[in-house]
Design a protein around this ligand. Structure first.
Ligand SMILES: [Zn+2]
Length: 620
């Protein structure tokens, strides 16, 4: 009886917190020309005692930290009667209000001038708002929903595009804090195209593309039809679309020449940013890749959810062991489905496959570290910002490519050893973890693979290629589809890849300029002749094979005249003085993938069937 008696107040408290009023944000744009927003946050039923409000340090789907707190100022606190409250900054991004009434108002200015999938950008043409970069929240708000009132829309001619729930006129809401942070919002004079997809259960899901660009409506409509094809191809992989929270999914796309290209997935939307042009027209197929990749995430990562990312913590970097799957398998499908949908040929696709295979067979990082370890490094590599150089070229390979190459191998092995496909595995993972929304671990993925193959195969695959550093036999696997894997520069002398950097993020680059010599401006790569000769970033090659070297071209000319195995004497300088060394030239390990037809080989009937089954449309 005593226990029951004690339980009742606790239960009531639980219900009371569920019924708490949402935090209310009023968003004004009095100074859009200077990239500012004025935001007023109202906390009704504020918790008693000191409350702490803060800006985020991370953003769902982007794994490195960001200092969003640096871009807010004029932070003030009030009671509802407008009487000022004491507020003090206790950390760069954290503020404390010791005393207050039941309702607290906090106002601040936001400076926002970077348009991508993480930050915010404001000018007279739009307010492109990613939530962690825009909105303060109070510690404890994680249990509450939020409401937004976007003002000044008529002043600038803006409409609202977002996955937030529309409550009427210019008011939108998020049922939970996690949902709020996941809901990028574009206020602009965008153009929209809308269509319905009938889902496997007979219910309708409504999809929109909302594009802020210089395009005409017919261009947007035509592009939407292309996106529609990709959507159906993705639906065919899983057998159904996710049931979107409010029955709607929105592709937000901002297109402008100075944009930094990006795409960020969300539960019922994606925030895509395209640069280099002010319009989609003429760039449709190039831009479609990001749409394909991000849409695949509405299953893989937003619903098929790694346990390590759940719930997402906005105060520090969220590390995950599973990005080789969440990003890597998505990378594989993002490209593959463009072939299935008819936007790329098998021949186009050989270049994508070569990129994946080179990243897994020809990088020092893939030779030493597992896909899991590379996933962990996302907290530094995924748009991380730093002043000092790093050694990513030698100790990191993007989990996008490493995971993509692993997906490629698994797909080809399932097809040839089990007569099933990677689609069957993805569907199993969807049914086991995505649809019921049970966050997964790596062991769980192995269980799903066991279900579609067998215990021995699944255990072996995870041991060797996910938790280990062994590599699949790509040449043999690709040959089954009539693709030949071969040396890209056979018989040519090579000193090392000095000009290539296919990593996401910045590798060890230095500011090196010289008008007398060839300055090495990025880290040399482990295993290459130039690395073995002891030459590294910051060194300046002044002489090679007896010739004075004025620049990179002069050095390349010396190499081009030599044979594999030749030794060349090199003089180089650095902070420690002048040095002599010898470079022993080798053959580049770089690989290319070519169709059998192009190599002059005959494609067998089996290879042709295998390739068709792999690359042709699955939409019935
Ligand atoms: Zn992604």
């Amino acid at each position: 009886m005593k226990k029951t008696y004690l339980l009742i107040p606790a239960l009531l408290a639980g219900f009371a917190s569920l019924a708490q009023k949402p935090v209310f944000y009023e968003v004004n744009f009095p100074n859009a020309a200077h990239h500012e927003a004025q935001i007023i946050m109202t906390i009704p039923e504020a918790p008693a005692g000191t409350i702490r409000v803060r800006m985020s340090r991370s953003s769902a789907g982007r794994y490195a930290t960001a200092e969003f707190g640096k871009n807010i100022y004029n932070v003030k606190a009030f009671n509802v009667d407008s009487s000022a409250l004491a507020i003090r900054q206790v950390e760069g991004d954290v503020y404390e209000i010791p005393e207050h009434d039941a309702t607290v108002k906090i106002s601040y200015t936001l400076y926002a001038n970077w348009v991508d999938g993480t930050y915010a950008g404001i000018d007279q043409s739009h307010a492109h708002l990613n939530m962690p970069a825009t909105f303060m929240w109070y510690i404890g708000q994680e249990k509450r929903g939020a409401k937004f009132q976007f003002n000044d829309l008529d002043k600038y001619g803006w409409k609202v595009a977002t996955q937030l729930k529309h409550e009427g006129s210019n008011v939108y809401s998020a049922p939970t804090f996690q949902y709020m942070m996941d809901s990028p919002t574009e206020l602009s004079d965008y153009k929209m195209a809308t269509w319905d997809v009938t889902n496997a259960d007979g219910k309708k899901e409504t999809l929109h593309v909302a594009i802020h660009s210089a395009d005409t409506q017919p261009v947007v409509d035509n592009f939407a039809r292309m996106v529609q094809k990709v959507v159906l191809e993705e639906k065919a992989v899983y057998g159904e679309l996710p049931a979107y929270d409010f029955g709607e999914y929105t592709f937000l796309d901002d297109v402008y020449p100075t944009n930094s290209g990006d795409g960020m997935e969300h539960r019922n939307s994606t925030c895509i940013v395209s640069g280099g042009t002010d319009r989609i027209e003429g760039n449709e197929v190039r831009m479609l890749g990001t749409f394909s990749h991000e849409y695949f995430h509405s299953w893989n990562v937003k619903r098929i959810r790694p346990k390590s990312l759940e719930p997402f913590n906005f105060e520090h970097a969220d590390m995950s062991n599973e990005l080789w799957f969440a990003e890597g398998f998505t990378q594989y499908y993002g490209e593959l489905l463009l072939v299935r949908a008819g936007f790329h040929t098998a021949d186009d696709y050989t270049r994508t496959v070569a990129g994946l295979v080179n990243s897994v067979l020809n990088t020092p990082a893939a030779a030493r570290y597992t896909p899991v370890q590379m996933s962990n490094y996302a907290v530094f590599a995924d748009a991380g910002v730093s002043i000092d150089p790093n050694n990513q070229g030698n100790m990191f390979i993007s989990y996008y490519y490493y995971g993509g190459a692993t997906a490629l191998a698994l797909d080809l092995r399932l097809r040839s050893e089990f007569n099933i496909t990677l689609d069957d595995f993805m569907r199993q993972v969807w049914l086991d973890y995505g649809k019921p929304y049970i966050p997964y671990t790596i062991a769980d993925l192995q269980k799903s693979l066991t279900k579609v193959t067998n215990k021995v195969f699944a255990a072996d695959f995870f041991k060797r290629y996910i938790n280990g550093i062994e590599k699949n036999d790509y040449a043999a696997l690709l040959a089954k589809a009539g693709f030949e894997l071969r040396k890209a520069q056979p018989g040519k002398a090579w000193a090392g890849s000095l000009f290539l950097n296919n990593q996401r993020g910045r590798s060890g680059q230095v500011r090196a300029t010289t008008d007398n010599g060839f300055a090495i401006t990025s880290n040399t790569t482990i295993g290459t002749p130039i690395y073995k000769a002891g030459i590294d970033v910051g060194d300046v090659i002044t002489k090679a094979d007896g010739k004075d070297i004025k620049d990179a071209q002069a050095f390349a000319d010396v190499i081009a005249a030599k044979q594999i195995g030749d030794k060349i004497a090199v003089t180089y300088t650095n902070r420690a003085g002048e040095h002599q060394t010898t470079i022993t030239l080798a053959e580049s390990p770089a690989l290319e993938v070519v169709t059998f037809e192009k190599t002059g080989k005959t494609l067998t009937k089996d290879q042709e069937t295998f390739r068709t089954n792999w690359l042709s449309t699955k939409v019935k």
